[in-house]
Design a protein around this ligand. Sequence first.
Ligand code: SF4
Ligand code: SF4
Length: 400
Amino acid sequence: MIYKTFKNEKISQLGFGCMRFAADPETGEIDQAKVNAMFDLAIREGVNYFDTAYPYLGGKSELAMAEALSRYPRGSYYIADKFPGHSLTAPIDNIALFKLSLRKCRTDYFDFYLFHNITEWSVRYYESEEFHIIPDILKMKNEGRIRYLGFSFHGGPELLESFLNKYEGVFDFVQIQLNYLDWTLQDAKRKYEIIVNHGLGVWVMEPCRGGKLAVLPETESAKLKALYEAEGQAGARPSDASYAFRFLQSLPGVNVVLSGMNELFQVEDNLKTFREARPLTDKERSTLFEIAENLKKGVPCTACRYCCDGCPVGLDIPYLLSCYNDYKFASTMTPSMRIDALPEEKRPSACIGCGQCMHACPQGIDVPSALAELAEMYEKGPHWIDQRKARARLIEEDLQ
Ligand code: SF4
Ligand code: SF4
């Protein structure tokens, strides 16, 4: 197992993400025997980092993780959990919720604790004086209930930079969506560099982009196969996922790579990939970037901002186009949450289609068409605000 040293902690670079355990589709009950078997194998092979969050699997992830880990000494593994500030619709007793998570995880401290899902939209709740989240969680850290504090982040690089500047010295690590596709699609390269420049640890989520890089389209997968065969290597060809993980092994700032495993064969395959570091060759790296370009379905905006000054309604065009590109790859909650953060007059529907931006754009992007399509996709949903209500209800019930 590859281990990374972080502030004197020896952490397995492969972290077990506990958000995808198999559950009975009717009852929602998690297959605990399967979780135990996956944990046993992972622990036997050296995995010592387990990541959960209060809302995962309707609140059952913390419980299933704790049950599986209860068969091992507490000091032999690290637990990471998260505070769901992005799910709150009104102020709550933050400390009571934090302590509830501790009880569910059968522990009296978290090794790693994160503010869950900071974006341009959710940051207002985390920073709200009324919600009082940051001071309460810092109190828990000062009382020794949290060893290392971080946050998971889904916003743009500008917010990341300003947030870290504002809270210099508060955080130890940042968890971002990082993979060879988002390296350019979500500006993850810049986010990675910002975190490293602040001297913080980089934790990775979505290394295979929700499985999309784990099972590539046939034509793209064939490129990796050809590469492997050209190198004259023997044995079974490595999985597509292994290349995505090895891309991350090539980045020296990456401490932990979380993989949400729900099948034993995934655990086995990942363990094989993380047995020893095998950074990508230049050829493998360039092939992955070629694949990433083919997977993208959006527009080639470079965020040069040449178009912004001439926009009569003052839209942040590159920001909107990055949401557009995200939507085009996969319809997830993240771009909708980023648009939610904008006032009505800065959303894609505010574009009047004047075409000024097209004259300024060196990439020849048809911005008004892209924004019209974005407005439609956003309108259609799903919207985080609706899901948040269900999450907030769960928290309310749990705290009663
Ligand atoms: S087409 Fe839309 S985005 Fe482009 S300059 Fe006009 S209003 Fe702004
Ligand atoms: S000018 Fe074109 S490439 Fe530059 S930010 Fe605007 S849309 Fe993107």
